[in-house]
Design a protein around this ligand. Structure first.
Ligand SMILES: [Zn+2]
Length: 222
């Protein structure tokens, strides 16, 4: 199969990239610069794709931030990135309005242009509580509409929608994913902060999976 993968350079999409590559699929990795605070993830994404030998492209959508920032901590520099457990209500501040529909929409258009068969993204079960566009209902609705975006049917692959992050971590370890190259922290910067929701989620995933965490956290006690 020929697939466009929505690729952020995080643990989930990197594991997905390695899994699909191992499955013998032809891949194109697509990242998005939408003015995110944690734009450092894009450097990680590019490095991982290069190392994996997967063609990579970053789509510049920086102008979007001006019209969608609202009170999102990831776009509005006046809103602090919340710290604590990733399931807390406060983490809703990290939601980027309708991000998955925007990225999927562009990825599907790219797949049509390349005459590819499908788009894959790494939505997982742990995201459902906080991110409305990771809910099962959202994924299924997108699957339907994506099948109608072209005269040729484009498929949507979401193999992690029923998996939690520690299961994905374990799978990634089996696939020898270079986790040290992946980026999760929503604060950006040069090292993982260890305190924001995505850092806490990352640490917890490694612990629960029983996989060694190669990440250096600025605050390892958090
Ligand atoms: Zn962090």
């Amino acid at each position: 199969m020929k697939l466009v993968i929505v690729f952020s350079g995080g643990m989930d999409s990197t594991t997905l990239l390695y899994q699909l590559r191992a499955g013998g699929h032809e891949l194109k990795a697509l990242s998005f610069n939408y003015g995110q605070r944690h734009a450092v993830e894009l450097e990680h994404a590019q490095r991982i794709a290069e190392q994996a030998g997967v063609p990579y492209e970053c789509v510049e959508l920086g102008a979007l931030a001006g019209v969608i920032a609202g009170q999102s901590s990831q776009l509005n520099r006046e809103v602090a990135v919340p710290e604590g457990h990733y399931t807390e209500e406060s983490m809703k501040a990290t939601v980027v309005p309708n991000r998955n529909m925007i990225m999927l929409s562009v990825a599907v258009a790219h797949a049509i242009a390349l005459e590819f068969d499908a788009v894959a993204y790494g939505a997982h079960a742990g995201d459902h509580a906080i991110y409305p566009d990771c809910r099962l209902d959202f994924v299924e609705a997108m699957r339907s509409v994506i099948s109608l975006c072209d005269w040729r049917k484009i498929e949507l692959l979401t193999p992690y929608v029923d998996k939690n992050k520690s299961e994905i971590c374990r799978l990634g370890a089996e696939l020898q994913v270079p986790f040290a190259l992946t980026w999760s922290c929503y604060k950006g910067g040069h090292a993982h902060c260890g305190r924001c929701g995505t850092c806490v989620e990352r640490k917890e995933a490694f612990e629960l999976a029983g996989v060694r965490d190669p990440t250096e956290y600025l605050d390892s006690e958090a």
